[in-house]
Design a protein around this ligand. Structure first.
Ligand code: FES
Length: 126
């Protein structure tokens, strides 16, 4: 690589490196959001919740957090449920996650690093 001539060029290199890091897949991710898609979850609107999460992440350009589906978490009465796991933090399960609440979780928890206390159902490992 030749000498870096401008700030613009430096930014381009940085962008390139960041892209490559993201391509490492799961291991390069700093977190994972799991949406429970059991029968009760789906009946309670988990599909719309999942859609809202994916949309919010892309709106905020978050690409280092993956979104996956799971079976039932056994928490029917508070479906839809969503678990957020971020590197170095205890997992948090949120309940009654409407699409609107899903966007709150993405904004507060994923972007700002603050747990949405009023929606927490469970902390730590199950
Ligand atoms: S979501 Fe599985 S039994 Fe309710």
């Amino acid at each position: 690589m030749g000498k870096v001539k401008s700030l613009e060029e430096l930014m381009k290199i940085k962008e390139q490196v960041l892209k490559e890091l993201q391509l490492r897949g799961e291991t390069g991710k700093r977190g994972k959001i799991t949406v429970a898609m059991g029968t009760c979850g789906i009946a309670a609107g988990a599909k719309e919740t999942l859609k809202a999460i994916v949309e919010a992440l892309s709106e905020y350009n978050v690409s280092d957090v993956s979104v996956v589906q799971s079976g039932c978490m056994g928490l029917c009465e508070v479906e839809p449920t969503v678990e957020v796991r971020l590197e170095g933090q205890e997992p948090i399960v949120y309940g009654r996650v409407t699409p609107e609440n899903a966007r709150r979780i993405v904004k507060m928890h994923i972007l700002e690093g603050r747990v949405v206390e009023d929606m927490v159902i469970r902390r730590g490992e199950a």
